[in-house]
Design a protein around this ligand. Sequence first.
Ligand code: FEO
Ligand code: CA
Ligand code: CA
Length: 645
Amino acid sequence: MSLTLEPAADPDDDASNPSTARPFSEIAGARLSRRSVLAGGVLAAAGFLTTSLVGPPAAVAAPPGGQDRGGRGLLGFEPVPPGTADEVIVPRGYTARPFIPWGTPILGSFPAFAPGTAEEGGPAGNTAAEQAEQIGMHHDGMTYFPLHSGRRGNEHGLLVLNHEYTDEYYLHRAQFVDGYKPTSAEGVRKSQNAHGVSVVEIERARSGEWQVKRSPRNRRITATTPMSFSGPAAGHRLLRTAADPAGSTPLGTINNCGNGETPWGTYLTCEENFNGYFRVDPGHGGEDAALQTRYGVGGDRNGWAAHDPRFVVRAGDANEPNRFGWVVEIDPLNPRSAPVKRTALGRLKHEDATVHVSRGGRVVVYMGDDQVNEYVYKFVSAANWRSMRARGTSPLDEGTLYVARFTDDGRGEWVPLVHGQHGLTPENGFADQGDVLVKTRQAADRVGATPMDRPEWTAVDPRSGTVYVTLTNNTGRTIANAANPRTRNQWGHIVRWDEDHGDHTATGFSWDVFLLAGPGDGADGSTIAAEDAFGSPDGLWLDPDSRAWIQTDGTQPGGANNQMLAADPYRTDRNGVPEVRRFLTGARQCEVTGIAMTPDQRTLFVNLQHPGEDGDSSWPGLDGVTTPRSATVVVARDDGGVIGS
Ligand code: FEO
Ligand code: CA
Ligand code: CA
């Protein structure tokens, strides 16, 4: 049976940045990798470009693209064809197994998963309390933390994963009414408990299969878990509410998208589309209204407002939405620790947070704000992370937040978002650094950041230090610029840069376009080969060998299922195009997102999110359950080799 569900709307397709015109018009040229320059002839002929594609050579050392190392290259697997079936396909010689689907018991009384039924008055499945003891819905960003050094760490660890949002239809089945929203306080609590983060201890059995341990380390963090604020905005007037007049103890985390991990062993979870969970009552003006508009607050997408007053934004008590949109730090080894919202990293629709240790030991965190015409950011800690921690200061609490300005000559600049500089002054609405951080988007507008085609995941090449960002799509773009070279950018692209002098704390960089996705062979301006066709790059990670793993979320060429590909940045054809191979195709209507490996790179964890979101999937089909469920996929090579090689 095929259900008729409303196609999921992507809120990131709606711009809430009014300030796009000025930066676009400042940019006249374009810069692409060498192959892209060649393909530009195709693009221009097809009318896809409004600017020249040919830019001057980079002013400093070029990123690795265009330098064919020769030899075998990084990709050793046989690519798979585009997928359309309701299953996961991996290359010959690999096995993929679904693992910890939504509803897997990990805590307390270990309640078994119970799906609801679609018949009116039928059972709704697990209770809210049971959901709080189970894996959440909509798996996303994920890190594997080994619990041992050495070989044993490849077989026993903590998997920490985000749950981005919920399909309320599948969560409640018979209990929903209009718009698939819960109709009771119990239903709202279940929805809130299906959000957040799961920490689960896992171990590989002799059979090679991974199993959940009944461990005291297992934990669920939800939309109601007590947390704290730290950094310059903690306690700020814009974070104070009637329920928390000190502005210091927020409740819960929502819409947890991508992730990061710190060198001191903690997990970072990123709050993305938090804005859609609130109902905004009338009567707002001034600063409150400006904040709500710039962040797109409103919509009550999940129906929480009717049963949880915290999600109603009232004039005079309008700050609850400001308590979301942060990067949240979790200590996975301490299940009693309160997660910390690190305000120094800014408030935006955080996609992910890639932590890189610079020369000299300062931590640098790269971050994208995923909405059309939003920006790319980085945070640089004030000092060496070890010395900061030794004196009891978090490296994520003191430092400088920057936003990226890409110019048409292949150069870029990191502009500091620091109170008192670049017009971030009281007369412009920024009374202190807390104002700058709560209103990060407005601050970035003020300093002239470059609006991008939906910045998603960032990644750093461990070999070269080159930084990558996926720009998933922007069909509303009418004026191309160098870093976003296609109007009506349906398929998305990947941009990368080298920080000046190889110093990740630098304020200047040189960039190029790594690839333009699409049907391939020049169609719609794509620079990849037709056999590697893909669109909407989203998840991104460079593994320890510098293989670039690209995951998709959105329309694929030919209507294929979402997928994961690998690229070799060091093996390019004579036109500078990196070698790309399709590694995995997902079930129907899922996105492929979140990636982690064991330290030996012999077990790969990947998430399939929202299979069957439009009604046409029963994946993973475990234990006779036909309700489609987000799940992790565990991939291994039959010969035990390194994944992808
Ligand atoms: Fe959560 Fe932008 O994907
Ligand atoms: Ca994503
Ligand atoms: Ca996405």
